[in-house]
Write a new protein. Structure first.
Length: 272
């Protein structure tokens, strides 16, 4: 069996290609990481090489010790993942202490994991505990309309949540825990990773002002769907604002009725 024939790899390639076609990943913009299941680690065990040296992650993720992640490469174009797997993605293993990683497959010719590995792994770390290991995907995209809104709306998660919920009736069902917003920060390090993971304790969507968005989910489809839903709402809001703003909208009571019938719990902080 070759790596390209394995199901989770094929799904990953489809997802990266779909995300490219959506326009969320110009050049090397954005990055995706996926935590392998025990069965998947077993499936690839004859294809991986554990002899590489460990390198520092830059943050500590103790609860991810010995886990394996499929990661996109730094400087690599998401549109090329479907074309040349081992040049653009790799599998990394986290060490016993949760402080270092090593490349066990792919990322050939000296390539490195995404520069956002600290933000990805710290978010995985939070979601691992919060969901009992159910969430496996962190996706960072440069979704156009979400970014555009960070120049216009106040950089406040409550405002973003409410505004984006109003743009599509099913939004509170798809992301009932709302959206967090990180103010502009230098990307790629421990500080933005800390700020992102702090907001991941409460939300599955975290926006980076003037940069992009992080989504967390159980599998590739759900995480892609979450990104797609929030970006589509943002697109509607951009259109509405461009047409002079809302003349009517969904009310707080409408949202309470929706939450009751769809059996989701939504915080009153978004319903003022
Ligand atoms: P990488 O190419 O290192 O993944 O970085 C892209 C990016 O979106 C940085 O935020
Ligand atoms: Zn980015």
């Amino acid at each position: 069996m070759k790596m390209n024939d394995i199901k989770f790899i094929k799904n990953f390639q489809k997802m990266t290609n779909d995300a490219w076609l959506k326009g969320w990943h110009e050049r090397n913009g954005g990055n995706i990481t996926y935590r392998l299941t025990k069965e998947e680690v077993n499936e690839v065990k004859d294809l991986i090489d554990e002899s590489a040296e460990y390198k520092s992650i830059g943050v500590k993720v103790e609860n991810l010790a010995n886990e394996y992640f499929l990661v996109t490469g730094s400087g690599k174009f998401i549109r090329n993942v479907a074309i040349d797997l081992e040049a653009n993605v790799g599998i990394v293993k986290i060490d016993e202490a949760g402080e270092n990683y090593k490349i066990v497959w792919g990322l050939i010719n000296g390539a490195k994991p995404t520069s956002e590995l600290p933000s990805h792994l710290m978010s995985h770390c939070v979601k691992y505990d919060q969901t009992g290991g159910k969430h496996r995907i962190i996706m960072h995209s440069h979704a156009t309309n979400i970014i555009a809104l960070t120049f216009v709306l106040p950089l406040d998660g409550v405002v973003f949540t409410r505004e984006l919920w109003e743009m599509a009736t099913e939004c509170p069902v798809v992301f009932p825990s709302g959206i967090g917003v990180v103010p502009w920060m230098v990307p790629g390090g421990a500080q933005i990773a800390e700020a992102t993971s702090e907001l991941m304790k409460k939300h599955d969507i975290v926006i980076w002002a003037h940069h992009g968005v992080f989504c967390s989910g159980e599998d590739l489809d759900l995480t892609f769907g979450l990104m797609d839903t929030v970006e589509k709402s943002a697109e509607i809001l951009v259109k509405v604002l461009s047409m002079g703003g809302k003349r009517q909208t969904i009310s707080s009571q409408n949202f309470r009725d929706l939450a009751r019938d769809f059996k989701v719990s939504i915080s009153e902080e978004y319903l003022k």
